[in-house]
Design a protein around this ligand. Sequence first.
Ligand code: SAM
Ligand code: SF4
Length: 361
Amino acid sequence: MRKQEELFTKDTLGKEDLISLLGLDAAGQKELFYHSGNIKEAHVGKKVYFRGLIEFSNICSKNCFYCGIRKGNSHTKRYNLSDEEILAASRFAHQEKYASLVLQSGELASPVFTQRVTRLLQKIHQETNNELRVTLSLGEQSRETYREWFDAGAHRYLLRIETSDPEFYRKLHPSDDLHCFDKRLEALHNLRDTGYQTGTGVMIGLPFQTIEQLADDLLFMRDFGIDMVGMGPYIEHEETPLYEVRHHLWPIMDRFNMALKMIACLRMLMPKINIAAATALQAIDPMGREKALKIGANVIMPNITPGIYRDNYDLYNNKPCTDENSDDCTHCLKARVGMTGNEIGFGEWGDSSFFRERTRK
Ligand code: SAM
Ligand code: SF4
C-alpha cells in the first residue's frame, strides 16, 4: 500500500502523519478529501446546521496584529447595534428555522457590556420560546461573566486559540496582559468547566506559520477534547501591523487549500465534532464554504447582521456578502448547500454527538 493510503486507514494519526497529510500535493489532496468526506458522512451524516451570525458591534478593546477592527485602527467606522436590531435579527433566525444563533463582537469587559449581553440573552429566549440555541463569541471574560451568561441561556461559546504555539501567539499580539496566551487557554478551560459546548479554532496561512505548527494545532484540539471548531484562512488587512510582513505570506490559494486540508484532517481526528465552514473561505472562493461542507465541515454561519453594518465588521479584505441583506444570504445558501449533496437541518439544534457523549452521565 502506498504511504498515503496507509495514512487514510490508520487508527491514530500522530504529528508526522499530519505533517505528511497537510503537505499533500493536488492529487494527494483529492484522495484525502474523498476519504475525509466519507468519514464525515459516516459519523455526522448529510445534515448541515445553520447558525445565524449577528456581528453586533465592531468596538474592541484589543489590538490583535491581524484584525481589521482592532482598537488601534482609527479608519474603521465603529458601530453598535441597538437591542431592537439584535432582537429583530434573532426573530428572523427563529422564523427561518435556523434553530441556532451566534452573537459575536469585539472584546469588551465591563459591567455595562456584561449586563447588556445577559439582558439580551433573556429577551431572545423569551421572544423565541427558548427554541434557539445561542452561541457567544465575545472573547476572554472572567469565570463569573461566563457563568452569568450561561445561566442566562448561552450554552455554546467560540473562542479561537488562534495558534496553539505560545511563542507564535506572542508574535501576533502586543505583549501585555490583555493579549496573553496563558489567559486565553485558561478562558477556554473556564468555558468548558462552566458547562458550555466549547469551540475553538486557528487562523491558517499566517505569515511565518509552519506546517508543523498547524499539525500541532490539530493535536491541540484533539487533546483538549473540543466540541466544535471554526477555523479558516488568514486574510490580510491593510490597516493592521501584520500587513507589513505580507511578502512572507503564502499565495492566497495555498492558504485556501491548506484550510481545506486542515478541516479534512480534523474530521479524521475528531469524527463526531461540529466543524464550521468559515466565512473567510468564501472571501477567497465564492464556493469555498460549500467545498468545506463536502470534505468535512457540517456547520455554516449565514450572516444575518443588518446589511447597513456589514461593511464595518471588516476583519480582512474582501469580506463577502457585505452588500446583501440577510434574506438574500439565506436563499442563496439553501440552494448552495443542496448542490453539495447535503441537506439543511432546519429547526434542529445540531449539538455535536461528541458533546452529547462527553456530557452523558
Ligand atoms: N473578539 C472576539 C475574539 O477575538 O475572540 C470575537 C470576534 S473576532 C473578530 C473572531 C475571529 O476573527 C478571531 O478569533 C480571529 O481568528 C478572526 N480574524 C480576525 N482577523 C482576521 C483576519 N485578518 N483573517 C482571518 N480571520 C481573522
Ligand atoms: Fe478584537 Fe477579536 Fe479582532 Fe482581536 S480578533 S482585535 S479581540 S475583534
